[in-house]
Design a protein. Sequence first.
Length: 135
Amino acid sequence: MGIYDRDYMRRGEKKPSEEVRELITNRPSWQALAMVGIAVLLVLAAIWPRNSDKAQAYLPDESYYEQNYGKSLDPIDINEATLEEIMSVPALDNEMAQGIMEKRPFETVEDLLDVRGIGKQNLMIIRQYIYVDND
């Protein structure tokens, strides 16, 4: 031991390296920060709008189609519809309509989830405009 070490031992003080180590170990731990982060996520999840509410917000009412297209949208049989009829369904573009034509016949409306570009959100939107007749 050197003189420097003995001097600290006599006074009962800690070495500078021990003080730094103590400062590092006494700071807020990552577990506490993780708990705060989880609490924030839970609050955001509680106030965030649900998918079904969001989808309903994008659905125009039937009068919109009567004013802009001159006709109301009656549900169409997706297995018998022409490309133009399928394209008239809201939220379907040309690529999705082509995919529907290629993958026919469908047994249920949920089978449309196999078509590229149609997910749960799109299916929720178009469900009221289509049906499947299995006769």
